[in-house]
Design a protein around this ligand. Structure first.
Ligand SMILES: [Zn+2]
Length: 308
């Protein structure tokens, strides 16, 4: 904490900031969460995000560089609900002894019924239906859950850096207000779509919280993780459902292989409604470089493709 004033006194730093304390070193697990953390932390934190833009956190393999970032962190923030299955091993490998804030704490988890999942491992005898594999981790796709993330992130930063509590509270309040306004906009936009066209068809089941919050139905052959392949039976069933219900569009995702959805589009005649951002933001110059921009982009794609 005393290093910066010393450097300033010696004329070794030209950084003119109001706060002289070192920024809190925060590691966030993936890009969407990282953007929320940046909004709450502002200038008081130095943020490292492990799974970057367009990256797939389900199948992420941490590098030695990631372990180094975690080893040097003051605070680690994850989404939780089984999304970052690799984090425990990473904090152990890095001998990280600090706190791990679980941003989804307090969210009502979406439990997956076995028949909702796109893969067939549940036919195995003795399968535990309450293991974490049956919880949908994509809680950030409901903005009211996003508000809980903001509260948990703020509480974690305040505990790590109590001197800047007032700023963290102010940043969180300003960001919350933006998310609440966006939530109202999303609700109105989806409610304006014809009820029978409110369907999200994507390759992996990442929009369950979104659909429950905003009143759509999700059909996805691949289940809630990209780790498992879609089964042939699941894909055939989905193709039949799309034909029967005359679903107007299918959507690509920025984190999954587009070939499965392209095949489904070919076989059903549904058109491809665009790319939805599910588990990662776009790069800085892309369509969805922030949590808020991601929602705006996804809702624009859905309303354009599903509107009458
Ligand atoms: Zn996912």
């Amino acid at each position: 904490m005393l290093l910066r004033p010393l450097l300033l006194a010696l004329g070794l730093s030209t950084v003119a900031t109001a706060a002289f304390a070192e920024p809190v070193k925060v590691v966030a697990s993936f890009s969407i969460l990282g953007d929320m953390v940046a909004n709450v932390g502002g200038d008081h934190i130095a943020l490292t995000t492990l799974v970057g833009p367009d990256g797939d956190a389900h199948v992420f393999q941490p590098s030695p560089r990631d372990a180094k970032a975690v080893a040097g962190a003051d605070l680690v923030i994850i989404s939780g609900l089984g999304f970052e299955g690799w984090m425990e091993r990473l904090t152990e490998a890095a001998a990280y002894k600090g706190k791990v804030v679980v941003a989804s704490t307090g969210v009502t988890p979406r439990e997956m019924a076995a028949e909702e999942e796109g893969h067939e491992e549940h036919a195995e005898e003795g399968h535990d239906h309450h293991d974490h594999g049956n919880v949908d981790p994509h809680a950030w796709q409901d903005l009211s859950n996003g508000l809980r993330y903001v509260d948990n992130i703020a509480a974690g930063l305040i505990a790590a850096d109590p001197a800047n509590e007032a700023d963290y509270r102010a940043h969180a309040a300003a960001y919350r207000a933006k998310l609440e306004a966006l939530d109202a906009k999303v609700k109105a936009a989806i409610a304006a779509l014809p009820a029978e066209r409110r369907k999200i068809i994507t390759s992996h089941d990442a929009f369950g919280y979104f659909a429950a919050a905003y009143g759509l139905e999700v059909l996805a052959p691949q289940g809630v993780s990209t780790e498992s392949e879609a089964s042939a039976k699941g894909v055939a069933l989905l193709i039949q459902q799309i034909k029967e219900t005359k679903a107007p569009a299918v959507f690509l995702e920025n984190v999954t292989d587009p070939r499965l959805i392209a095949q489904i589009a070919r076989e059903t005649g549904a058109h491809i409604g665009g790319t939805l951002y599910s588990d990662a933001l776009s790069g800085a110059s892309g369509d969805a470089s922030t949590y808020i921009a991601m929602f705006e982009h996804n809702v624009a794609m859905l309303t354009a493709a599903l509107g009458s």
